[in-house]
Design a protein around this ligand. Sequence first.
Ligand SMILES: [Fe+2]
Ligand SMILES: [Fe+2]
Length: 369
Amino acid sequence: MNYAQRNPIPIPASGAFSSVKSTIDTVFDWKYALEQQNLLALYEKGKAASWNATELDWSTDVDIERITAQRQAAGGGGLMNKLLSPPRELSEREAVELNLHMNSFMLSQFLHGEQGALVATAKIVQTVPWAEAKFYAANQVADEARHVEVYHRYLTEKLGISYPVHPSLGVLLDDIITDSRWDVTYLGMQILVEGLALAAFGMMKLMMAEESLIQDITTRIMADESRHVAFGVISLDRLYSKEMTSKELAEREDFVIESTHLLRDRLLMHQVFERLGWDVDVWVKWASDTPFMQGFRQMTFSKIVPNLKRLGLLTPRVREAYGKLGLLRFEHMKDSVEEPEMSPPQELVQLLMQFLAQNAQAQAATAGR
Ligand SMILES: [Fe+2]
Ligand SMILES: [Fe+2]
């Protein structure tokens, strides 16, 4: 593992290192009952499915200028203007740049989220009571180190545009790490952060369709992440619906609602508009209100909602908060036990296809004149 950090990741204003105190109970399982067959099966699957970053084709030439030029030539700017209804008409180049910066921002947050997953899952190794869950968590920790490595290499050696951790993601990761209750680590990481990532990865594949290296990276990481989310769903099975007092359950509801707002805020992407030198207030308001961006944010919850429902956490309070955010339409989708793999959100595919078809028609009409 040796690569050139041509474009180092920008350091956040808070500094290059940050530390948070957490007080946890580390649990030994001297019984080794190993009764939970579904966790043991996942552990076997995880070991067999392991891959190495060296298997990726790092000789791929990722040239952001060339991608920009190609997208401009294909009329991508016009498409973005139609799709996004921006607060002012963007030039072809601006529109393509906005799209690429949004992708780079997303990829950077994936990197930082992966580091969060690495640390949070290491904590699960210590805190979860059952040996078989410790086994799987240890396997996941190795996956996460590889994910950090791969995204870091892609961003610094290949893509050349990257962003520091978004403050809201930073706060959420701190919350997950500092909480002493083992199930809350799972709830925050495996159900919320990784559930969101799984849906967002599907969108990344669509948005960067012409770039083969990120396609390969995303496909491999998605396969790992679907196991990680399943790990959370299996481990928390019955805990909330059967074993908690109403006070304990209310605390989990609070955590879900607060974390959901933090996850949503980071998708307003104010750092992108700052970097582009655009009016941040105008553009954050746009990101908050425009239908495409709202739809995009909502779709990142398409795996979280059915999983919360399976765990018995789509309670009246959570339901009310999710209803306000327009997220309840995902409640009938398949959860991570019914459908471990994640396909790209159909709504987004349809929306993109519709616009592409319109664009092709418009081009044909212009050519026919
Ligand atoms: Fe990961
Ligand atoms: Fe993960």
